[in-house]
Design a protein around this ligand. Structure first.
Ligand code: C2E
Ligand code: MG
Ligand code: MG
Ligand code: MG
Length: 289
């Protein structure tokens, strides 16, 4: 009898697995179709100076407007897209949108997320630069966000890509910093404009793990200081977090406190009056040494 019940359970389990597999296949087929439609959209989230909450730029975040499931977040489809290579295609669609947005004018920079897979293709930098040039956009207003994985996978290649982009004005910021291998000894070799402190540490600043989070942020700030670069605190949700980050020496922040990611009507990515001091006459933020 127990045996029968056991078998029954397995049958249910198998059925669930089968359904999940089908759901994934379904979504992958949808993703393939979405590539050829207007289903991918860029959401923009402001990045501000912590001192006075002045907007200095935006991060573009990928959204998929699924005909049946509604608006999907990257975590619901990026893994899937990464396995099939589809996420790279979705990314290029997004980069095209962002670059077109930049070409329309406005101020401040827009950063785009670059998955480590892009760094494995030989012509990532050239393709991005060609896109910028063809659109007539200012390369200094585009930034890329990469993770440490992209750097350490193949160091000479990553260096080549980052140098090529930087020589043309496209700066790089290191995303989710503190969660990866943080091979600190390598960091000074890369042309990195700033470190984005991972939101887990920012969240920790006001929670139970406050002392540990403060210690991590201190260490990151010390490192950034040595490298002569700035930091951006990610996932800032409260004034308390903003103030502690600022206290610890973090210059910029991003998070719901300052603005949620949102779709913008074309040409709306604008920096408010008065930001000219931060951005500089040439459209490049003053932290661009
Ligand atoms: P990320 O690059 O670290 O982006 C920050 C994530 O934190 C975004 O999630 C953003 O919506 C979220 N966030 C911002 N402020 C807050 C806050 O105050 N509290 C909380 N809890 N979350 C906040 P999102 O848009 O879901 O993106 C998740 C990840 O997906 C991104 O992490 C990035 O790694 C990846 N991603 C997003 N867009 C793209 C893309 O166009 N291409 C690629 N390859 N990856 C992307
Ligand atoms: Mg990012
Ligand atoms: Mg991040
Ligand atoms: Mg993150």
């Amino acid at each position: 009898r127990a045996k029968g019940a056991g078998r029954g359970r397995f049958a249910v389990f198998d059925e669930e697995m089968r359904e999940q597999a089908l759901r994934i296949l379904d979504l992958e087929a949808d993703l393939r179709r979405a590539i050829n439609s207007d289903a991918f959209i860029a959401y923009y989230q402001p990045i501000v100076r912590l001192d006075d909450q002045l907007v200095i730029g935006h991060e573009a975040l990928l959204r998929w407007r699924h005909e049946k499931r509604g608006l999907l977040l990257p975590r619901e489809f990026i893994g899937l897209g990464e396995d099939s290579g589809l996420i790279e295609e979705a990314d290029w669609i997004l980069y095209g949108r962002v670059i077109a947005e930049l070409a329309r004018g406005g101020q401040g920079y827009i950063s785009v997320n670059v998955s480590p897979r892009h760094f494995r293709s030989g012509d990532f930098a050239d393709r991005l630069l060609r896109m910028i040039e063809e659109a007539g956009a200012d390369p200094r207003r585009l930034r890329i966000e990469i993770t440490e994985v992209a750097l350490l996978d193949d160091v000479p290649r990553a260096l080549r890509i980052l140098r090529t982009l930087r020589n043309h004005g496209v700066l790089a910021q290191l995303d989710d910093f503190g969660t990866g291998f943080s091979a600190l000894s390598y960091l000074h070799r890369f042309p990195i404009e700033c470190l984005k402190i991972d939101q887990s540490f920012v969240a920790g600043l006001v929670g139970e793990s406050r002392p540990e989070s403060i210690a991590v942020v201190r260490a990151i700030q010390a490192l950034a200081g040595t490298l002569g670069i700035h930091t951006i605190g990610e996932g800032v949700e409260t004034q308390a977090q903003r103030l502690i980050l600022r206290e610890l020496g973090c210059t910029y922040g991003q998070g719901y406190l300052f603005g949620r990611p949102a779709e913008l009507v074309s040409g709306e990515v604008r920096i408010p009056e008065g930001v000219a001091d931060v951005i500089g006459a040439d459209g490049v933020a003053s932290n661009v040494a």
